[in-house]
Design a protein around this ligand. Structure first.
Ligand code: SAM
Length: 290
């Protein structure tokens, strides 16, 4: 299928273009065709699909995406990779390459413009230094999408899937699980990349819920409560909220909410489920109106 998914072909193309790998852009290129095939299979791409790839690098995964999808849009920050992509993707007429920072680009408009009214399938081997901002941007901006299949650090995959009470459970778990159901696709060792990252990686698929599982009156308040309670993990939930700048609830308000919902007043944020966070947010948002 692709012509790049091996160490030799990757090194050859980098040498040919005199390309120096940029650590600051989180560049770890995939060189294992089995892993690439797993990503493609998990993403379940067909000719009907529009795929947005974040950070195509030298175009390894992109070639496989072009083989399967109707249309691929690839957004790459490093302008020195553009001539390489022009070469490695020259055999495909269903791809557009854009040189931009995905966090500055207007993703919703791009999907609208290139997707031809189709929701995007997002597929990426993400740059690890900005994984969380990218994931949050995708969800918070309500970009029309059908699902997300991404390579992330193993530790981030663990945090995304964590349940209440586990050490990995935190703001990222709650934020992602509010919007989507996470599924682990594969663990990926460092030797599948050039250069090798210092940490293990994992491919994870996020399937958004059509509509939120829990009704929340004020999403902004929900996420402030989540941030406040994990900002100071060792504090009780009541103290974490009462001490957090930007939230105007006193200890009494928070204690009242917990009592009303039958939750122990000494509870810590890490023990609260998403459903409980949502119920507390709904209770407190009513208090503010009165
Ligand atoms: N997809 C390629 C692969 O699998 O071999 C490269 C993956 S590499 C981990 C991450 C890629 O994202 C790099 O090509 C890097 O230059 C690009 N990148 C980093 N920050 C970016 C940003 N803010 N916007 C778009 N691309 C970015």
């Amino acid at each position: 299928m692709g012509t790049l998914g091996s160490p030799k072909n990757t090194i050859d193309i980098l040498k040919k273009h005199g390309f120096a790998i940029q650590k600051k852009f989180g560049q770890n290129f995939l060189v294992d065709s089995h892993v690439i095939e797993k990503i493609i299979r998990a993403a379940g791409i067909t000719r009907e699909d529009f795929v947005l790839e974040i950070g195509p690098g030298i175009g390894t995964l992109t070639q496989y995406l072009c083989e399967k999808a109707g249309k691929v849009l690839a957004v790459e920050i490093d302008k020195k990779l553009i001539p390489i992509l022009d070469e490695t993707l020259s055999g495909y007429d269903n791809v557009t390459i854009i040189n931009d920072d995905i966090l500055k680009a207007d993703m919703a408009s791009l999907v609208k413009e290139y997707g031809n009214n189709r929701p995007a399938k997002i597929v990426a081997n993400l740059p690890y230094y900005i994984t969380t901002p990218i994931i949050m941007e995708i969800f918070e901006r309500h970009i029309p999408l059908s699902d997300i299949t991404i390579m992330v650090q193993k530790e981030v995959a663990d945090r995304i899937q964590a349940k209440p009470g586990s050490g990995d459970y935190g703001a990222l778990s709650l934020a992602v699980q509010y919007y989507a159901r996470p599924e682990l696709v594969a663990n990926v060792p460092p030797n599948c990349f050039i250069p090798r990252p210092k940490v293990g990686s994992a491919v994870i698929k996020l399937v958004p819920y059509g509509k939120p599982v829990y009704h929340v009156e004020d999403e902004g308040l929900l996420f402030m409560l989540v941030r406040a309670s994990f900002n100071q993990r060792r504090k009780t939930f009541v103290n974490g909220i009462a001490n957090f700048e930007g939230l105007k609830y006193g200890k009494d308000d928070v204690a009242r909410a917990l009592d009303a919902l039958g939750i122990d007043r000494d509870v810590r944020g890490e023990a609260l489920s998403l459903e409980q966070f949502a119920a507390i947010a709904n209770y407190l948002s009513k208090l503010r109106i009165q």
